[in-house]
Design a protein around this ligand. Structure first.
Ligand code: ADP
Ligand code: MG
Length: 348
C-alpha cells in the first residue's frame, strides 16, 4: 500500500453504516433482474414467476460471540437463525443456506461437529437445505458466515422504504431480552474469571439466556401474514435495537414516526434483570441488540387483522417527515429516536 503522506481515515469516523454507504454508493446495477441491491435486509432477484432473496451475515469470535459461555451447538444454530430472520424480514420463505467457516488451531473435529449439529438442527427446524459453503483455517479465532436464500412472489416482498404516513407501526414478541441475557453472561464471566471455583448464578433467567444463546426467527409471523393475506407496507428485522431499525424504515421511506413508550413490549424477566443492572428496561429495548423480532408497518385499515394476535404489538404510527422520528414517553415528552444500537465500529 502506498500510504506516503496521504492522511488515512479512521473507520471509526464513519461507523459501520457510514462505511457501508461509503463503499457501496457508486455501485451501478447492470441487470434488470436485480430488483434490490444493497440497502435492505436481503437483496431481491427477479426470476419471472418468483423472486429470490439473498442475505449474508458474518459472526466473528470475540466480536459477535464469546466461546466462554456460548456453546458451539448454539453458535451454529444462531448463525443460521440470524440469516433466516433477514429472509423473513422481506416477507419471504427461506429455502437454502451456504455456510463458510474459518477455524483456528485450537479447534478439533469434534468441535466443528458440534457447530454443525446446531446448523443442521436450525435447517430442520426452519425447513431449509444446506447446499454448500467454504472451509478455511484462521490465525486468530473462529468465524462463521452464512448466506441464506429465500423465495417469494414479487408482490409479496416487503421492503424498508415503503412505509407511508398514518401506517401503524408494529413489533412482534418482546424487546431487550437478548441484551439483558448478554449482560448476565458477561457479569458471570467476570465473576468466574476472578474466582474459577465460583459457580455462575444463572438460575431463574432461562428466558433471557435462551434469547441470547439460542434465538429464533419469526417464521410464525410470516406464515400468519400469508394465511391471513396481510401484506406489511414495510418491514425490517430487529437486530440492532428498536431505535436503529425504526430509523432505517423512516429514513429509507422518507417519513417520520411517533412511537409510544408504554406500548413497547418488554418481558418481566428482562425488566427484572435490567433493574438489577440499574439499566432502564426501555434503554435495553431501544438500544440493545439481537432480538430478531420483526418491526413492520401496516395500512391503518389492516389493523383489525393483526390486533388480536398475541405476539403482534402496535407501538405507534408513521407520520410526515417534518415531525421527525420520535418517542413519546409515558410522561408525554417527545424525544427524537437515536440509533445507538450495535454500531460497533463507531467511536464514542
Ligand atoms: P442487517 O442488519 O439486516 O443484516 P446490515 O446492516 O448488515 O443489514 O447491512 C445493510 C445493507 O448493507 C445490506 O443490504 C447488506 O447487504 C449491505 N452490506 C453490508 N456490508 C456490505 C459490504 N461489505 N459490501 C456490500 N454490501 C454490504
Ligand atoms: Mg436485518
Amino acid at each position: 500500500m502506498s500510504e506516503k503522506k496521504q492522511k488515512l481515515t479512521e473507520i471509526s469516523e464513519l461507523g459501520e453504516f457510514g462505511l457501508i454507504d461509503h463503499i457501496t454508493k457508486d455501485i451501478k446495477i447492470k441487470h434488470s433482474s436485480t430488483l434490490k441491491g444493497v440497502g435492505d435486509d436481503a437483496a431481491v432477484i427477479d426470476h419471472g414467476k418468483t423472486c429470490s432473496v439473498v442475505t449474508t451475515d458474518l459472526l466473528v469470535e470475540g466480536i459477535h460471540f464469546n466461546l466462554i459461555y456460548m456453546p458451539l451447538k448454539h453458535l451454529g444454530y444462531k448463525a443460521v437463525v440470524v440469516n433466516l430472520s433477514d429472509v423473513y424480514a422481506m416477507n419471504a420463505t427461506p429455502k437454502q443456506i451456504t455456510v463458510s467457516i474459518a477455524i483456528s488451531g485450537k479447534f478439533a473435529v469434534e468441535h466443528v461437529e458440534q457447530i454443525y449439529e446446531g446448523i443442521k438442527l436450525a435447517c430442520d427446524t426452519y425447513n431449509v437445505d444446506l447446499i454448500g459453503g467454504d472451509t478455511s483455517s484462521s490465525f486468530t479465532g473462529l468465524a462463521i458466515s452464512v448466506t441464506a436464500i429465500g423465495e417469494a412472489k414479487k408482490e409479496e416482498i416487503a421492503y424498508r422504504n415503503t412505509a407511508k404516513p398514518n401506517d401503524i407501526v408494529c413489533v412482534t414478541g418482546n424487546l431487550g431480552s437478548a441484551y439483558m441475557g448478554l449482560q448476565l453472561l458477561e457479569r458471570e464471566k467476570e465473576i468466574f474469571s476472578s474466582n474459577p471455583s465460583a459457580q455462575p448464578s444463572l438460575e431463574g433467567y432461562d428466558y433471557i439466556l435462551q434469547r441470547q444463546l439460542k434465538p429464533e426467527a419469526r417464521k410464525d409471523i410470516i406464515e400468519f401474514f400469508a394465511t391471513n393475506k396481510i401484506k406489511p407496507t414495510s418491514m425490517i428485522d430487529i437486530s440492532d435495537g428498536l431505535s436503529s431499525e425504526v430509523l432505517h424504515i423512516c429514513n429509507k421511506s422518507n417519513v417520520g414516526c411517533k412511537i409510544f413508550q408504554d406500548k413497547i413490549p418488554i418481558d418481566g424477566e428482562t425488566s427484572q434483570m435490567a433493574e438489577e443492572f440499574k439499566i432502564e428496561p426501555l434503554i435495553a429495548a431501544l438500544n440493545g441488540g439481537e432480538d430478531y423480532e420483526l418491526l413492520f408497518t401496516i395500512d391503518m385499515n389492516d389493523l383489525d387483522k393483526v390486533k388480536d394476535h398475541e405476539l403482534i404489538h402496535p407501538i405507534g404510527h408513521i407520520a410526515d417527515k417534518k415531525h421527525g422520528a420520535v418517542l413519546i414517553t409515558t410522561a408525554g415528552q417527545s424525544i427524537p429516536l437515536q440509533a445507538q444500537g450495535w454500531n460497533q465500529m463507531k467511536s464514542k
